[in-house]
Design a protein around this ligand. Structure first.
Ligand code: O2Y
Ligand code: MN
Length: 595
């Protein structure tokens, strides 16, 4: 660390954690390339990672098979009153949770280095920036944090003597006895993993996992769970949304923020290559949007992250060419398969599976083996700046003004290709009732509908009923400046199970219709569920799609929608008196329109 740490609270906290966890040494991260290279070389030498011959400065990690994804059932939102966490979060009282976790943290860094990572979420020059300090015993976490956040001495300087920071404590939970040899991916068993949030104190404690959202604490823990609670207190929004700029042939810019549950192609949409003549798109973020009302009364969005932690399987030149070009170099791959010539491979990448690979568990793999070669939640971590379509304004301190919100989900039937909300309250209803049918990648029976309001179920740091109320309050503050709200479903199928809509870059046709609605160029048609395009209003130039498919994509199945009402009513009932009356009214209004 090239600068002196003067922040009294920070020094005290680091000392307190070191006393508790008893590491062999303490290292303050400076965020430099030299630091990254040094840690990677050390991990390569120990066998924790494999440098990839085919991709410059890129590395493959294999996690422990028990530590492959976020652990929602071990994730806690801890307020003194359980009601404040609400029915969608796991809860343990703060005193009890801290007691349990303090016992686990005692001596948990024996034999390891304790890294102190000063990081900023959002460009440090942004008025929206929040400073976090992650303490971790995982060098893999340090390298990922280098990519996903802004790490370095500038953060320490910005903190000064008494600046505020969000303490994020992380340990893999695998102390080493003297002389004990380390494993490539240390972690603790599932029953001692805890991903805990104390929103009243802006505090994060994570123990036992080294993977993704469990361990890179700037992402889901800080930028969504803690930030959503801060945003409610302070009158802004922290959302699970991509940010995209669409540019018309005339050069007019439209900014879109979109929320989808997982497995709905969020990263693909964030990096879309429009197929309609003359339209361009730029990516500003693929996962999280922080939004604040600006001096002109409009809602400004910024992406607090500086990298992408994208799911690898399914990513290909067909589904997301810009992501494929982004990950050519300087990328950390986790749980992908390794080819014999030193490259990565995963299911549904462009090339067919080679005759031999090493799978994500480190075993020989060949095509007759039934298990996938890459884990379904294999990931790439890559700097956002490497994306060929990254917007020149992606780090603009004040963010970009949002014109359009999109919600969506994966539904084989019922939900049309696109619907516009009648007004803000109706749009909040759309967000609150968003849901997807489960796929083979989810737990549970395939085809079950799972509601995931605003795609925030796993990430809302307080009672979801209060979160709905916060959306209404923001709408009231925004008034006529509020973004317009749409709902999309790219995944509608024929009775025979064929996709009705080609998706990917062709989704730009739907985005163009949204822009046309904003410009008053198209009237759409009013239906009981919202405003849909007239068939001739969608620009389908150059796309081969039958009238029958188009008709089905834009059909409102009134019977099927009537059948949705009791399910929504039951879903809302779990929030009891925390459910805003305005949301219940929206359900009644829709039921009346369908009657
Ligand atoms: O499994 C993990 O830890 C990653 S989860 C994730 C990563 C990037 C973007 N979104 C998500 C998510 O679960 O929404
Ligand atoms: Mn996400």
């Amino acid at each position: 660390m090239s600068c002196e740490v003067k922040n009294t609270k920070l020094k005290a906290w680091v000392n307190e954690v070191a006393e508790l966890t008893q590491p062999d040494s303490i290292y303050w991260c400076d965020g430099s390339k030299a630091e990254y290279d040094r840690l990677m070389s050390k991990m390569a030498a120990s066998g924790a990672t494999t440098p990839l011959k085919k991709r410059p400065n890129s590395f493959l990690f294999r996690s422990d098979p028990s530590d492959v994804a976020r652990v929602e059932n071990r994730t806690y939102i801890s307020y003194p009153d359980k009601e404040d966490a609400g029915p969608t979060n796991n809860w343990v009282a703060p005193d009890e949770l801290k007691k349990t976790m303090s016992a686990l943290y005692t001596g948990c860094m024996h034999g390891r280095t304790m890294y102190v990572i000063p990081f900023s979420m959002a460009a440090i020059t942004s008025p929206m920036a929040k400073i976090g300090i992650e303490i971790t015993d995982s060098p893999y976490v340090v390298c990922n944090m280098h990519i996903m956040t802004r790490v370095g001495s500038k953060v320490i300087e910005a903190l000064g003597t008494d600046g505020e920071f969000i303490p994020c404590l992380h340990s893999v939970g695998a102390p080493l006895a003297p002389g004990q040899k380390d494993v490539p991916w240390p972690c603790a068993p599932i029953e001692s993993k805890y991903i805990s949030h104390f929103p009243d104190e802006n505090l994060i404690w994570s123990y036992g996992s080294g993977y993704g959202g469990n361990a890179l604490l700037g992402k889901k823990c800080l930028a969504l769970r803690i930030a959503s609670a801060m945003a409610r207190r302070e009158g802004w929004m922290a959302e699970h949304m991509l940010i995209l700029r669409l540019i018309s042939p005339e050069g007019k810019q439209y900014h879109i923020a979109a929320a989808f549950p997982s497995a709905c192609g969020k990263t693909n949409l964030a990096m879309i290559l429009p197929t309609i003549e003359g339209w361009k798109a730029e990516c500003l973020g693929d996962d999280i949007a922080w939004m604040k009302i600006g001096p002109d009364g409009r809602l400004y969005a910024t992406n607090p992250e500086s990298g992408f932690f994208g799911v690898a399987p399914g990513t290909s030149y067909k589904s997301n060419p810009m992501a494929m070009d982004t990950i050519r170099e300087n990328t950390i791959f986790t749980n992908c398969a390794l080819t014999d010539d030193g490259d990565i491979w995963w299911e549904m990448i462009d090339d067919p599976a080679p005759e031999h690979m090493i799978d994500w568990k480190g075993r020989d793999w060949s095509p007759e083996i039934k298990e996938p070669a890459a884990h379904p939640n294999a990931r790439f971590t890559v700097p956002a700046a490497q994306c060929p379509v990254i917007s020149p304004d992606w780090e603009k301190p004040e963010g970009v003004p949002i014109d359009i919100f999109i919600f969506g989900g994966r539904r084989a039937g019922v939900v049309p290709l696109v619907t516009e909300a009648y007004n803000w309250d109706h749009g909040v209803f759309m967000g609150a009732t968003a849901g997807s049918e489960t796929t083979a990648a989810n737990i549970g029976a395939v085809g079950n509908l799972r509601r995931d309001p605003f795609a925030m179920t796993p990430f809302c740091g307080y009672n979801m009923g209060d979160y709905f109320a916060h959306w209404f309050e923001m709408g009231d503050k925004l008034g006529k400046n509020a973004p317009r709200i749409f709902y999309v479903n790219w995944f509608r199928k024929t009775a025979e199970g064929k996709w009705l809509w080609p998706g990917f870059g062709e989704n730009s046709r739907v985005l163009k219709w949204m822009c046309d609605r904003l410009e008053g160029k198209v009237s759409g048609v009013a239906t009981p569920i919202g405003i849909l395009p007239k068939e001739q209003e969608l620009d389908l130039t150059g796309l081969e799609i039958s009238n029958e498919y188009l008709h089905e994509l834009l059909r409102v199945d009134v019977e099927a929608w009537r059948a949705e009402v009791p399910g929504i009513d039951k879903f809302f009932a779990q929030f009891g008196n925390r459910l805003p009356a305005r949301l219940q009214k929206q359900l009644e209004d829709m039921a009346n329109r369908l009657a």
